[in-house]
Design a protein around this ligand. Structure first.
Ligand code: NAI
Length: 706
């Protein structure tokens, strides 16, 4: 077994090395091991300096999120940190890689902090709805000042070594070999006679804390974290450093930290964190079903999606062959891929050599024979069943036995595609989201005949290319787009009932959606949705007002950002939305043709009409077994559709407002608008009758499945 803590002796210096793979989380076992190591060091009078270092790629990356829902651990952390801080010899934190959350707070309790130039420091707590509760709010301001501390806590973003040195978070940036440099630093301290230097004994400059200062930071917290309170609570905790002695400050911080843990925003964010891990698990798949190897990938279609998918593989270091029908379309696709990498270079994400390496992993072809060695081949050609069947026929002829044959279709029947070839067991859907190299979500669609091995391989593949997979069964729209249908339907209808696109989008954005749905339409291209609805008209309810706002704009040649106008107007080269009376005129005329009355709506009605159908459809999806669990539905909408993580995703949100309230809402609109779109999901009715929640549904099903 791997001992978590090793101590090394270098003359009168002791190095405590913590090795808690994969990322040096401060687990209960790590805390115990550190406590014991410190006791031994403190008892040894020959030790003159102590260094705390970690093995692996990082210093500590934070507390164990798994402990958040259990009993509070603040007192234990406080005692352990006090042990570090209380040492009577210099205690040096040597922080390579990332130091995150509780890991950084531990270093704050050490006497000196040093790091290599590549190190990064971050306190992400407020984004999880909590505050740095292991002394962070009390020690950080004492080291770097109130303003810097608040900036770092609110930004919740990595601070680099240069900046950290500048503000006094670390004492020295160590170039060259880090392990040697750290020892030299300790020797230097000893030769200079530098002793312990306790952060807790410092004080902040209380004069800075004027009412204006506080008001400015509170305004910043509200701006950065609308609908949330953790950032405001963090400010309250930081303020306490100016008025409370350190020990009392820690107790005040603990009180606030425990208050934040029970807020909806904290529970929701942590729910999504775990849901994203859970979604990788496939119910009922035997442990001995193992993934096939993934050494080489193929992509058919070098368009928007195919290009993005190829980039995702290249980013993960996997060679990929991409095919298009003509040399010309292939070259065009590859040039788009090239410019995507180029923009990554421009933004400083990768350097030119890395770009060349990744481009080198992508090979273009017009011949299916080049897929002979591919372990997975993903089809991303035009959305046509005949075409896709032809492509799969070609793949069937050349692919090696056992290769995964995947379709990126959004609307076509994966089972029908699979049934058209000789190896349906190897066919799955891999539904990427645009841009495929950026968006984390991947819906893995399990066809009727998909083998367990194919599903396991698809889930593993997602991990390799750093996607968040969610398993879906075959249905029109799978999980995400199927839920989108009613949400967008109502947003569009509201614009026909007289609301401006701006008003509808604003209500949705104030709720927390990353972007209002009408702005999303403009971005994606209004023609995309209109074409899908035309092709699939037979699938939709017989409602003459259905998806008519986008159809009207489409008929007027307003296709969104790409034509400079859609629901909004755009200036060339700029994505800023401008209100447009011409759009309003078109919408009003279409409304008149459809005899839709114009009337004002409350914010509440706008929100409920868009969100309730989304929640209701999610519940239907659960009931039909399309999604494995409610938390998977949450992952789809948080990772793929900009649903606010701090609301936990649609199913968590349904539980938050209460299923009885959702049911009553659906019934209210059913009574008003008729049952065509507003019939409550039978499972919703049942859960309300039984007094259960969607979380209960997940728990109970987990019990059955395992
Ligand atoms: P696109 O029109 O940008 O690209 C399609 C590519 O396929 C073109 O480069 C075309 O030359 C190529 N192609 C056509 N026939 C071919 C053939 N016989 N052999 C080889 N290549 C051929 O389309 P896009 O947007 O990339 O969509 C591709 C697929 O992905 C569709 O099934 C679509 O429904 C799906 N999808 C699209 C999303 C989006 O946001 N655009 C999101 C998720 C899925």
């Amino acid at each position: 077994m791997n001992p978590i803590v090793l101590t090394q002796r270098h003359g009168d210096i002791v190095v405590i090395v913590v090795d808690n793979p994969p990322v040096n989380t401060i687990t209960a076992a790590a805390r115990t091991a550190m406590r014991e190591a410190l006791e031994a060091v403190a008892a040894d009078k020959s030790v003159r300096a102590v260094i705390l270092r970690c093995a692996g790629n990082n210093f500590f990356t934070g507390a164990d999120i798994g402990e958040f829902s259990g009993p509070p651990k603040e007192a234990e952390y406080r005692a352990l940190w006090a042990q570090f801080e209380g040492l009577n010899v210099p205690m040096i934190a040597a922080m390579h890689g990332s130091s995150i959350g509780g890991g950084l707070e531990l270093a704050l309790a050490c006497h000196y902090r040093i790091a290599p130039p590549t190190a990064k420091f971050m306190l992400p707590e407020v984004t999880l709805g909590i505050i740095p509760g292991a002394g962070g709010t009390q020690r950080l301001p004492r080291l770097v000042g109130l303003d810097n501390a608040l900036r770092m806590i609110l930004d919740a973003k990595p601070v680099d070594a240069g900046k950290a040195r500048e503000m006094g978070l670390i004492d020295e940036v160590i170039s060259g070999d880090f392990v040697t440099g750290v020892l030299h630093y300790a020797q230097k301290l000893l030769s200079q006679g530098d002793g312990p230097r306790r952060t807790s004994e410092r004080s902040v400059d209380a004069r800075e804390l004027t009412p204006e200062f506080t008001a400015r930071w509170q305004a910043e917290a509200r701006r950065m974290y609308p609908n949330r309170t953790a950032a405001l609570t963090a400010i309250e905790a930081v303020q306490a450093t100016a008025r409370l002695p350190f020990a009392e400050g820690l107790l005040f911080e603990e009180k606030l930290a425990n208050q934040t843990k029970v807020t909806v925003e904290a529970r929701a964010s942590i729910h999504v964190f775990f849901a994203e891990r859970e979604s990788r698990k496939v119910e009922g798949l035997a442990a001995d079903v193992i993934s096939r190897p993934l050494r080489h990938a193929g992509v058919v279609g070098a368009g928007t999606m195919g290009g993005g998918i190829a980039i995702a593989f290249a980013n993960a270091g996997i060679p990929v062959t991409i095919l298009d029908v003509t040399q010309e379309s292939l070259s065009h696709g590859l040039s788009v891929v090239n410019s995507t990498f180029e923009s990554m270079v421009k933004r400083g994400r990768i350097d030119a050599a890395e770009k060349a390496r990744r481009m080198g992993l992508i090979t273009g072809t017009v011949s299916y024979h080049d897929f002979a060695t591919s372990d997975v081949i993903i089809e991303a050609v035009f959305e046509s069943m005949d075409l896709k069947k032809r492509v799969f026929g070609e793949l069937d002829a050349v692919a090696q036995p056992g290769a995964i044959l995947a379709t990126n279709t959004s609307t076509l029947d994966v089972d029908e595609i699979a049934a058209s070839i000789r190896r349906p067991q190897d066919v799955v859907g891999l539904h990427f989201f645009s841009p495929a190299n950026v968006m984390p979500l991947l819906e893995v669609v399990r066809g009727k005949q998909s083998s367990d091995e194919a599903i396991r391989t698809a889930m593993e593949l997602a991990k390799v290319i750093r996607k968040t997979p969610v398993l879906a069964r075959v249905c029109y729209g799978f999980i995400g787009n199927r839920m989108m249908e009613g949400y967008a339907r109502e947003a569009l209808l509201l614009t026909l009932e007289g609301e401006t696109p701006r008003r509808v989008d604003t209500v949705l954005e104030q709720f927390g959606m990353a972007m209002g749905i009408l702005a999303v339409f403009d971005m994606a291209g209004i023609d995309v949705g209109v074409n899908v609805h035309r092709t699939n008209a037979h699938r939709y309810p017989p409602d003459p007002t259905y998806y008519q706002a986008d159809a009207a704009l489409h008929a007027a040649g307003r296709l969104g950002q790409k034509t400079g106008s859609g629901f909004y107007r755009y200036v060339k080269g700029d994505r800023t939305r401008h209100d447009d009376t011409e759009a309003s005129g078109i919408l009003a005329r279409r409304a008149a043709e459809l005899a839709i009355a114009q009337r004002p709506h409350s914010d509440e009605e706008i929100l409920e009409r868009c969100i309730f159908p989304l929640l209701n459809e999610g519940i239907r999806i659960l009931e039909e077994g399309i999604a494995q669990r409610a938390s998977d539905v949450d992952v789809v909408w948080c990772a793929g559709y900009g649903f606010p993580r701090y609301r936990g995703g649609p199913m968590f949100y349904a539980d938050t407002i209460g299923l009885p309230a959702l049911l009553a809402g659906m019934q209210k609109y059913r009574d008003r608008f008729g049952p065509m779109h507003w019939e409550p999901a039978p499972l919703l009715v049942r859960l309300v009758r039984e007094g259960r929640t969607l979380a209960d549904w997940d728990t109970e099903r987990r019990g059955v499945a395992s």
